[in-house]
Design a protein around this ligand. Structure first.
Ligand code: GTP
Length: 624
């Protein structure tokens, strides 16, 4: 395929604006031009293609083939970026169009930037009824900063609430994009979708690159496959790569054999060969996903090249403890977690032991949605029952002796006395948030940001109806219920995205312990802003006392900062009078009953303790 007949592009949009639906339509549309090809022929000449094969049959209505995982389907979100090659005939020429599907949620921004680096252009898809949202803006800037050709497309014009002209105005005002020939489509019905590919071919430049140069291959995505191990997606920038080649990672210097290579169609289709300008999969003898460094450059061994500017690896920023509900399940769960993390290099895993919950893991995620998806996959694909503790962010603790460490677990957070004696500084991670909100909810949203220690950095009117604001916010404030609160305070109309802003000194957080019968329950420790301590302390004690069932013994629940008790609740013991129905008659029977009660008491104490723990955790997760 000559490079001038190749286009590498992606679709970027706010969540639910219809990326996957549009991708499906494009794949259907190109189906008639699909050919099953002889591997070498694909590269050498389009004319030798053999029997026709459709990429997606139009009968499989709206299957969103690019969103492969079940969880993604259920949640309607794209988690892992997927790439697909399409063939398209235009002006009597055959084109190879590589569509890179990008994820749309805030947690997955890093995947957007790495997949954008493999493209020369992108479709900026905007919902005609919702207009520009926070992620539309964030994604636009990512693409703009990478010098991509940006083609705006208005979707969902079939909706009654569509206000296409208003949205076009927003695009002109906010992004200064040319909207003269803008595509107005319905990805759902397919209306006007056929106008898109000719524009892609005309406006997006073909990849530049030297097919005869030394190999330079850019790794922009990877995942783990149970049968073949790690699968890498690569854009061949210069040169050629074929099956059997020996290549070296510029990042790790490790050498690999190319076991298989080809295009995603949308499933893997082996071509045994890819050249400059093409995008496809490469299977190396890589066993774990963490060997595949996103942004890495590969070259032929013995022919090193200067690496392409790489990316920072994605850093986990939200940490939670995960424990098996049944301790006997530990080994099985350990295996499942290993398998899941093989598939997701952005998750970090460490073993952890909790007094209350036993052996488990402390797992780091990119964000809370990432965590939910991980938990759901564990439960659904690996049939595991787990307890997940409240998420926390990594705090940096600087000690008097000049050393410092990151704390990712509330149970390791310094207690009050250590804080005052040994710690000179506490730093917490900050984010820069972009929020777009209709004018009528502005007050609510500003109050919410204020209550979460937000500092307004920027304020702009998007049009006469909506405002775009930028806020500096502590990450800890947004990992729990900020997003839900934002949605409820704006009746679902505010949209939100954030990027990393580094660490800032903070003297406002404290560790609160929950003590049950004077013993701290490590899994329930929390790091709180000092203004929250009194209310949350009282609240937790009360809630725990409401839900923990009465035991055969008295249960005292306390919340405390250091030695200082914030709140206390007591659950009185229950006593069952089992002899009441014996009417003082048969002594042996009475003895037997008492004996039975003693046995029962022993058992209940055990079960009671278990129940207690289970209840604490359930409440902890559901209500706090
Ligand atoms: P993420 O993968 O979560 O980022 O979402 P997405 O942008 O891929 O959106 P998706 O394609 O899943 O579409 C979201 C919803 O909008 C689905 O229920 C689609 O059926 C619907 N939808 C997509 N395009 C159109 C359209 O043109 N008209 C109408 N009425 N609905 C559409």
């Amino acid at each position: 395929f000559p490079a001038e007949n190749i286009r590498n592009f992606s679709i970027i949009a706010h969540v639910d604006h219809g990326k996957s639906t549009l991708a499906d339509r494009l794949l259907e549309l190109t189906g008639e031009y699909q050919f099953l090809c002889n591997s070498v022929a694909l590269i050498q000449s389009i004319d030798v293609f053999m029997s026709p094969l459709e990429t997606i049959s139009p009968k499989r209505d709206n299957q969103q083939v690019l969103d492969k995982l079940t969880v993604e389907r259920e949640r309607g979100i794209t988690v892992k970026a997927q790439t697909c090659s399409m063939f398209y005939k235009f002006n009597e020429k055959q084109y190879l169009l590589n569509l890179i599907d990008t994820p749309g949620h805030v947690d997955f921004n890093y995947e957007v930037s790495r997949s954008l680096a493999a493209c020369q252009g992108t479709l900026l898809l905007v919902d005609a009824s919702q207009g520009i949202q926070a992620q539309t803006a964030a994604n636009f800037w990512l693409a703009f900063n990478q010098d991509l050709t940006i083609i705006p497309v208005i979707n969902k014009i079939d909706l009654e609430a569509a206000d296409t002209e208003r949205v076009i105005n927003q695009i002109e005002n906010s992004f200064e994009l040319d909207t003269k020939d803008i595509c107005r489509i319905s990805a759902k019905s397919g209306l006007n979708v056929e106008d898109i590919l000719p524009i892609v071919i005309e406006k997006i430049p073909p990849p530049s690159g030297d097919i005869n140069g030394l190999l330079k291959a850019f790794l922009f995505d990877s995942w783990y496959d149970t049968y073949v191990g790690v699968i890498c997606l690569m854009a061949i920038v210069d040169g050629k790569l074929q099956k059997g080649d020996k290549i070296v990672s510029a990042h790790s210097n490790l050498k690999y054999d190319v076991a298989d290579i080809g295009i995603m169609h949308p499933e893997r289709f082996s071509t045994e060969y890819l050249h400059a300008g093409q995008v496809g999969y490469v299977i190396l003898n890589m066993k774990i996903a963490s060997e595949a460094h996103i942004g890495d450059t590969f070259y032929h061994h013995k022919h090193p090249v200067d690496p392409l500017p790489g990316f920072e690896p994605a850093k986990p920023m939200v940490f939670a403890g995960i424990f098996p509900i049944d301790a006997n399940e530990f080994n099985r769960l350990d295996e499942s977690i290993t398998k899941l993390t093989l598939n997701d290099a952005s998750v970090s895993v460490q073993k952890e032991t909790s007094m209350a919950l036993g052996q488990g893991w402390r797992i780091g995620f990119l964000g809370t949605l990432h965590m939910d998806v991980f938990r759901q996959r564990l439960e659904e694909e690996y049939d595991a029952s787990v307890i997940v503790t409240q998420p926390t962010v990594p705090y940096k603790i600087v000690y008097r002796d000049g050393t410092s460490k990151f704390v990712r677990n509330p149970s390791e957070f310094p207690e009050q006395n250590e804080m005052s004696n040994n710690v000179v500084q506490l730093q917490e991670p900050m984010v820069m948030a972009t929020i777009i909100v209709p004018n009528e909810y502005l007050g609510n949203v500003m109050d919410l940001c204020g209550a979460h220690r937000g500092e307004q950095i920027e304020y702009n009117s998007l049009d006469e109806l909506r405002v775009m604001m930028r806020y500096a916010l502590p990450l800890a404030e947004i990992v729990t219920d900020f997003h839900d609160e934002l949605k409820s305070r704006s009746s679902g109309y505010a949209s939100f995205d954030y990027e990393d802003m580094g660490y800032q000194t903070s003297d406002v957080v404290k560790k609160m312990n929950v003590l049950i019968n004077k013993k701290p329950v490590d899994a329930l420790a929390a790091i709180l802003h000092r203004s929250q301590v009194a209310t949350v302390g009282r609240d937790w004690a009360k809630k725990l006392s409401d839900v923990i069932p009465k035991q055969l013994y008295e249960v005292a629940i306390q919340t405390a900062i250091g030695g200082k008790i914030v709140a206390r609740e007591t659950i009185p013991a229950i006593r069952k009078n089992v002899t009441a129905k014996c009417y003082g008659g048969d002594v042996t029977r009475k003895m037997k009953l008492l004996e039975k009660q003693k046995e029962g008491k022993k058992k209940m104490k055990m079960i009671g303790k278990m129940n207690l723990i289970m209840n604490e955790i359930d409440v902890h997760l559901l209500d706090f």
